[in-house]
Each structure stands twice: as structure tokens, then as C-alpha cells.
Ligand binder design. Sequence first.
Ligand code: UTP
Length: 297
Amino acid sequence: MKIKKVTKAVFPVAGMGTRFLPATKSIPKEIMTLVDRPLIQYAIDEARAAGIKDFIFVTSRGKSALEDYFDYSPELETALKRAGKTDLLEILKSTNMDSGAIAYVRQNRAMGLGHAVWCARKLVGDEPFAVLLADDVIAAEKPCLQQMVEAYAETGGNMVAAMEVSPQRISSYGVLDVDQDNGNVVRAKGMVEKPKSEDAPSNLAVIGRYILSPKIMTNLNKMKQGAGGEIQLTDAIAEEAASGQVFGFRFRGQRYDCGSKAGFLQATVAFGLSRPDLAEEFGAYLHDMMALQKAAQ
Ligand code: UTP
């Protein structure tokens, strides 16, 4: 069987981001900055590295800052050129997207991740597609989606990024019911969204990177509301597990949940320390802070 290349990616960015209120009252969560780049830029760069050519954003009211972010900014470019700030000009250019490379569709009501993905069905068509959740930021030597695309070239079907999670935290995730564990790749016989810790079928949690077959759109078409009154992507993927077409992929890298305050702060520290231009000053500051805290105890 010939496995089609993945060239389209869906970025669901229509959520309300309530955990970051009041900031998200006027700023889309995906525009919030990790060091100096918005979360969405990390996801776009990861998708590009994996060979994605078509970028489909599922947006909602109040997200126009996202559309502007990927547009050209002629005034800024001219000003930087005039000032001879070529390094900043290069940084700015790296955010530009070719005309027509990004398409936007609206999700009129936040009815869940599954519903958001379904909104992109006409643009996805009859092809496999990736889904990236920008609030999951993954630091990795080889970008996570690229790792997945390589593994998917062997398996086809549907592939979800998975990581081991403690029993205390498992009920916040979609969880794989593992059929065969082949190391990096596991075949799943089911998938459950946010199970109670005692009902979790494994400790392998699904995080925000997916490669999906167009069949998932068909499944979403007939979806009823799942856990939490939302249309769950997990349920649509789980339908494919019975035929052995769902794979979990243990990616190599560190995932940060930037949809939560604690996760965002952790990512800020990790990414700040990994930046050569900041590591020394920022590291020294953290060191002093720790010493102060210890002294106060
Ligand atoms: P979250 O579960 O993090 O929801 O969605 P949220 O609304 O963004 O944030 P909180 O929980 O209220 O703080 C995961 C991803 O799915 C998208 C979000 O934009 C985010 O990228 N999503 C969620 C949609 O696009 N539409 C929805 O109806 C729900």
C-alpha cells in the first residue's frame, strides 16, 4: 500500500483560552510569547520542518492578531532597512508566509477540538493531514512532527504523539489502550478521553500532535457530543482503533503544556536558559533567586 505524503496541517486556534484570563480577553493564547516568539510560531516552524506546505488555521472571533502576525509588515521592514538593522529584518522575514500558503476557516462556536478539526474538512479533502496544538510546545533535537512523519511513512493509518504520564495526572489527557508495544511505536486498540485515574487503560497520554487519515473527518461528521459536552477528536480517532489503524508514537523531546500557567512558566525558564544570548544573565538571576528562597526557608 502506498502511503501518501503529509503536506497539510490544521492548527485549531479557536479555543477561548480561559485558563489565561484576563490576558486572553483580548490576546489570542497562541500569540502569547515564549521568550520572543509567539507560541504559534514554534508550531509553524515545526510543521515546516516536517514538510508541511499548506497551513490551515481554524479560528474564531477575536483572533485577528494571528492573521496579522503572518502577514507582511511593509512599514516595519522599511524602517528596519533604513536603520540598517539587518539582523532584525531577517528575524521578521522568518515570520512571513507565502501568499496562499495559509487558509483560515472559522469555528463559529467553541464546541471542542474535534469540532474545530471538522471545520477544516473541505480544505483537507481526501488526504492525510497533521494537527498541531500550538499550546503544546515541544523542545526536541529533531522536531516532533518530523519524527512522526518518518514513523508514519512505515505505518500509515493514524498516529498520535504519546508520552508517559503519572497516575495523578493521567485524567487530564486522552489515554491509549495499548495492544502491541513495539518501543517507539505502539498499536492501540482503543483511546479514552480524560479517564479517571483508576480506569486509565495505560499511562500513555496523547499530546497535541497528530497525523490523521481523512476517515477521521467522516467519523467527526456523525459525532455526538463526548466527554465534557464537547465533540472530542479522541472519539473520532478511537473509532479507527478496532481496525488496527491507530498508532501512538513515543517522541523524543520535552513537551511543555503552555495552555496552563505552570507549564508556560516552565517553558519560559527552559527556553530562556537554552538561548545563547540570554543563558548567562538569566541563569545567574535564577541561581540568585533560588539562593534567596533557600535562605528565607
Ligand atoms: P484547550 O482544551 O486548551 O482549550 O484546547 P482552550 O479553549 O484553548 O483553553 P482553556 O482550557 O479554556 O484555557 C486545545 C486546543 O484546541 C483548540 C484550542 O484553540 C487549543 O489549541 N480548540 C479547542 C478549538 O480550536 N476549538 C474548540 O472548540 C476547543
